[in-house]
Design a protein. Structure first.
Lengths: 258, 661
């Protein structure tokens, strides 16, 4: 079995964001980067499947972006992926989800992957479109927002999270793309021997031009910080007074209490 | 008549051969017993504890002969020391008898046990024997009747106490019977130099000589075989501590206190990190278990044990010994339990008091290293999060690394990136950088420096966690990664001196970073500010206040800094009331060993326990000089219901408020 895991390196969400010169994305200085949280679940699930299948499956991890994404790839290797593919692209942020998906599909087309894991969305762009588009382009079956995963006899049994707290269980045949959601698993912490082993694993780098065949369908118009809204109001004093004042505020400012 | 006595009186010189044969058998059994144990010690990894022999031998003299460490706990320590000295004199006395009777007299015709020296010899041995006997009874009363909490009595204790008591008692009876047949009858003046023997002998004086001879002979042999039995059982009972504990002083770790082995991460051949099995520890770690006398002093001082957590340093050491001797392939971590390992605050109270010179803390760290580096296990989910935060943002809070220097905005402090012409680099640490309460420490320290005209620089967003909490939680890899970045920055700016406000940063930068290539003068602000005051660069306007002072573990026990902070605070007008546990016996706040980022889920809260001790002094102010301690106390005052009665302040806050004059 051949498995592909697609990951993205994103800024830590606690970082102080500034708009960059292009005006359509963030400035990278003073940002701390890490592996996209949802992609960590994808890596973990792929490695678990590998381990459950007697280590037979071969797991490739892929990331698109500038040089720094190598750090995220190294982490995925330390977690247990077998090889890494870095598609070098400094202008990744100017590409829309369609283009990113097309790059991945172009890479994966002739490599006969049976299963592709990725996060349900990235923490920075948050389009949630790349995974499903890759499935469509490759003609794979697809399930999104997985919170449960089991594999047996060429069939995946996936538990999906739906709106309103509902869950559904579906089965899908290989080849397939699944996108992973919080709750699917607890990503492992790489052990030191695995970190050291990872240093010797294969890391291939391709220029993005090798796989970029598609133009963009959408473009970012403007990127800006949300306007500062008024601060919170802190009520203090006697409980009864506070309740009265809260009710007043709710009446005054909202339609909650009439 | 010259004062002396006939050696081998009544038993005759014919006993010499059988006596030596039995002695050699006893000693052979003893040596064989230790040899069997030596094989077990050698399961451990190599470690050189034989360098600087002069220092080592000196330590043995100071701690074995002078019983220095034993005497740190006065009650039982004093009894033990007196017993030891008493028994020691008896041993020397026996050697003198041997030297004269079997060497000097037969070979050279020299008799030195005569005249005044004999009188002295006789008196000293009699008194020594009495002291040993009385102290032994004292120890027995303590162990078998007073039964102090936590003192475990095992089969060995009954054997050892019965043996020692009978040896000492029969020794006096043999002497008494001999004197009843000799000195008391024909040289009563001489018998005054054997007062105990005389008292014991008096009742026997009425006995017929034949009966006395027979009794003496029988008792002599009985006493002799008991003494041989004593030698033979040494390696098989707790008595082995006579040798193992003494030797453990020879094997003292001569590195600066708190030194942890720095794992070579470049070594590609390494496949095992930390300790999962006995063979992953050093021979000294196994030997420690044999040197342990189960005196429980460590357990009595362990903050984790005191608050109902499953850690006892003593039991942990014993568990390693059990594994080494009975099942070396067994998992150490399972034997000790993860909960016990994670409970340690690395406060070093155990190690500091241990009269057997055992190194508890690094054993725990080695096992933690195995959990962290080999298994990827954390003390809890909150620790996993904190670890990942340090990885990404260089602080356990997960706050933006770029905001690290924001506390200093508007203060007269240089950011090294812009201007590195400074007197000192202030390594702020995570808590004083990000934690709202602890930022007061940083700000007030800058005020103090400004007043003393010390030009201070900070690394600001270039500074990262020193790595101490992660290292103490076993994550050597992350520690070395963040340390390497800090070291590179610090070296890049040509810094000459670093001052920290956090004792954990202080220990790590000053001692641990040396292994990674940073050789710099690193000082904690307690001594730095003390220096500013004594050199008159900083003038204070004293204002009276009542306070109690908490010795943080990493400043006190680890670095032996006890006086400087107290001196500063009293110079500032403070009147100090010490807590029940202070100085080297200080009780941890609960945050050491990386516990600052872990939740305390088992037992009661260590910080509340400490805050209650502070409250008991009646002083309204608890002063510390560690951001971890301050964090724990602020929390402990709230959860321990001490609000309004006790306030926690940092030393910097007190000094900054009294600048002037």
């Amino acid at each position: 079995m051949k498995i592909l895991v697609c990951i993205k390196q994103v800024p830590d969400m606690e970082s102080r964001f500034k708009v960059n010169n292009s005006g359509v994305w963030y400035e990278e200085t003073d940002l701390a980067f890490r592996m996209n949280e949802y992609d960590e679940y994808a890596v973990e699930q792929a490695v678990q499947l590998k381990e459950q299948s007697g280590n037979a499956p071969d797991v490739t991890v892929l990331s698109i972006g500038p040089g720094r994404v190598v750090e995220a790839l190294k982490k995925a290797l330390a977690m247990g992926c077998d090889r890494a593919v870095h598609i070098q692209d400094d202008e990744y942020y100017l590409k829309d989800s369609w283009q990113i998906a097309s790059i991945i599909a172009a890479y994966a087309k002739d490599l006969n992957f049976d299963l592709i894991f990725t996060g349900m969305q990235s923490q920075d762009r948050g389009s949630a479109q790349v995974g499903v588009t890759v499935a469509e382009l490759l003609g794979f079956s697809c399930a999104t927002t997985l919170v449960g995963f089991a594999y047996g006899g060429n069939v995946i049994t996936a538990k999906r999270e739906l709106e309103g707290g509902l869950k559904s269980v579906i089965k899908l045949r290989l080849p397939a793309v699944v996108t992973c959601q919080l709750g699917l698993n607890t990503p492992r912490y790489p052990t030191l021997p695995n970190i050291m082993k990872a240093k010797k694993k294969e890391m291939l780098t391709h220029p993005v031009a090798d796989f970029l065949k598609e133009g963009a369908h959408s473009a970012t118009e403007r990127f800006y910080l949300p306007a500062k809204k008024g601060g919170g109001i802190l009520l203090e004093g006697d409980v009864n007074d506070m309740v009265d004042r809260l009710v007043e505020i709710l009446k005054e400012k909202n339609a909650v209490v009439r | 008549m010259e004062a002396t006595r006939e050696i081998y009186w009544n038993v005759g010189h014919g006993v010499v051969w059988p006596m030596y044969v039995f002695s050699f058998i006893a000693m052979a059994v003893c040596v064989y017993g230790f040899y069997r144990r030596l094989v077990v010690y050698r399961q451990g990894k190599r470690l050189n504890r034989f360098d600087r022999l002069r220092v080592r031998v000196n330590l043995v003299f100071r701690n074995v002969l002078a019983q220095t460490r034993v005497l740190r706990v006065l009650g039982p320590g004093f009894i033990h020391a007196l017993f030891f000295w008493g028994f020691g004199f008896l041993f020397i006395g026996t050697l003198l008898v041997m030297a004269q009777a079997d060497i000097f007299q037969p070979l050279f015709g020299v008799v030195f046990l005569k005249g005044t020296f004999y009188k002295l010899f006789s008196l000293v041995l009699d008194v020594a024997g009495l002291v040993a006997l009385v102290m032994l009874v004292g120890l027995q009363v303590r162990r078998f009747f007073a039964k102090p909490e936590g003192l475990e009595t095992i089969r060995d204790d009954y054997v050892v106490h019965a043996l020692l008591f009978t040896i000492l008692a029969t020794g006096f009876v043999v002497e008494g019977v001999r004197m009843a047949a000799t000195e008391i009858r024909n040289n009563p003046n001489l018998s005054l130099y054997s007062p105990v023997g005389m008292l014991v002998g008096k009742p026997f004086v009425g006995m017929k000589l034949d009966a006395l001879f027979l009794t003496h002979k029988a008792l002599w042999w009985f006493h002799f075989f008991l003494a041989m039995g004593f030698i033979a059982v040494i390696p098989f009972t707790k008595l082995r501590h006579i040798f193992t504990t003494s030797a453990n002083y020879l094997f003292t770790d001569l590195a600066p206190k708190g030194t942890i082995s720095t794992i070579n991460l470049e070594d590609e051949g390494a496949a095992q990190f930390g300790a999962a099995k006995v063979a992953d520890l050093t021979w000294k770690d196994i030997f420690d278990a044999d040197a342990c006398t189960s005196c429980k002093r460590c357990q009595d001082r362990c903050p984790a044990f005191a608050t109902g957590k499953p850690l006892s340093p003593m039991k942990m050491v014993k568990q390693i010994g059990e594994a080494a001797f009975s099942n070396p392939q067994a998992g150490l971590i399972e034997a000790v339990s993860q909960d016990a390992l994670w409970a340690c605050t690395t406060c070093r109270a155990c190690q500091e008091i241990c009269p057997a010179n055992i190194e508890h803390v690094n054993k725990i760290l080695e096992m933690r290293r195995n959990l962290s580096l080999m298994e990827g296990v954390f003390a809890g989910d909150e620790v996993r999060t904190a670890t990942s935060n340090v990885e990404v943002n260089g602080n356990p809070f997960g706050l933006a690394f770029a905001a690290r220097g924001e506390w200093a905005v508007g203060l007269d402090v240089k950011v090294m990136e812009q201007d590195s012409d400074v007197d000192i680099l202030y390594f702020v640490g995570c808590y004083a950088s990000f934690d709202k309460r602890n930022r007061e420490i940083a700000r007030n320290f800058i005020k103090i420096c400004n007043a003393a005209r010390v030009r201070v620089g900070i690394l600001s967003k270039e500074e990262k966690c020193c790595g101490e909490p992660m290292r103490k939680l076993g994550n050597e890899y992350l520690y070395q990664m963040t340390a390497a970045e800090n070291i590179e920055r610090i070296k890049g700016y040509g810094v000459k001196k670093i001052v920290t406000t956090c004792p954990h940063c202080f220990n790590t930068l000053g001692r641990d970073y040396k292994d990674l290539g940073l050789e710099l003068d690193v000082e904690h602000y307690s001594t730095f500010v003390h220096g500013l005051i004594t050199s008159k660069r900083l003038k204070l306007k004293p204002e009276p206040f009542e306070f109690t002072y908490h010795d943080s573990c990493y400043l006190g026990r680890y670095m032996d800094i006890f006086d400087a902070p107290r001196a500063i605070l009293t110079t500032a007008g403070g009147r100090l009331t010490e807590m029940a546990k202070s100085g080297s016996e200080s009780f941890c706040c609960g945050a050491g060993g990386g516990r600052i980022v872990a939740e305390e889920k088992i037992g009661t809260r260590i910080n509340v326990e400490r805050v209650k001790m502070a409250e008991a002094t009646g002083a309204p102010l608890l002063v510390s000089n560690c951001p971890f301690c301050l964090t724990m106390f602020e929390d402990g005052i709230k959860t321990g219901d001490c609000e309004g009665k006790l306030k926690a302040l940092d030393l910097a806050e007190i000094i900054a408020a009294r600048i002037g004059g």
